[in-house]
Write a protein that binds this ligand. Sequence first.
Ligand SMILES: [Mg+2]
Length: 379
Amino acid sequence: MGKAATSQVRVTGLEARLIATAIKMKRSQGVGSVQGKVKRVLLRLTTDVGVEGIGEAAPWEVFSGTAEAALAALDLYLRPIVVGADPRRIQAVMAACDRALYENFEAKAAVEMALFDICGKLAGVPVSDLLGGAVRDRIPLSFSIANPDLDADVAMAKRLYGEGVRIFKVKTGFSDHANDMRRLAKLRQELSGDIDLRVDYNQGLQSWDALPKLREIEQFKPTFIEQPVPRPQLDVLAALTQALDTPVMADEAVFSPAEALRLVEKRAADIVSVKLMKAGGILNARKINAICEAAGVPCYGGTLWEGGVALAAGTHFIAATANMSLGCEFYMPKYVLEEDVLTAIVPIEDGHVVVPRGPGLGVTLDEDAVKRLTVEKRS
Ligand SMILES: [Mg+2]
């Protein structure tokens, strides 16, 4: 028996760092555009048995929150709960975090994944084993076509096709409908016939004329159309889902298990995008998935602006959750970030994310990169 079996394991320290990473190309998607740098928060928990856990909060300001708010949430509001706690009591710690602080899902997701990382390391098993064991060893990767320079994205998609990527999600709704039609026509014309093409509006359409626009989009045979209208318009989303032949996926419309329940009751979408950053961690994400699974609604692994730490957690979650069956968009560390904070990113092989088998999250911080990318440190 190692120290893990003793009753004396405590979190002794919490370090949160605001980090900024340059991205390789401009990204335009629905309600927001990003260029230059993305900001995230890297979390490190230390324990009295010498095991460290890492986590990451990666919001998007037009979607949910800010990295600065996540930094303050971790430093000022969650620190008093986490430091001194037994890291193996993940559900109890997260319940205390929910009592102490409203929402702030990204900060809570970071705490939870750091606790899972510690537990996996203490037990000597990957996080997917703690979740009941992997049902898949690799996850199909979707790359998002989000560069306003379409020629650049066509070239990128062709290169990724050569590397085995077959799923491409086109970001629409950030300019006008005619441009979306031009872009989809060009992608269908330029890319191989066997690609799985998907469309994501990121809430970019208005309720009154969404249906005629989406009916035109259907000619390009997308696998699904994601979140065409704003988050609060659940009835409009339901009407579109009933009217269209193409499956509709909810993203912004579902953050919480309660929202998932409302969605399946109304049959407001055919598919749900589950994100650790929306749900506030793996345990809530699994509740959302379970509600969807019970209603016959498959789920997809979406992202905000996560780097490799958060995506490692997402990879374990999807690996161990059968109904998360429509792939993931965990492409940021390999294809978009100029630099990440890990000694090695989670591998992407033949268009699939390979589930790490090392203990915990199975990823290691590159301490030089962490220092170099740090904007502000709170410890
Ligand atoms: Mg989306």
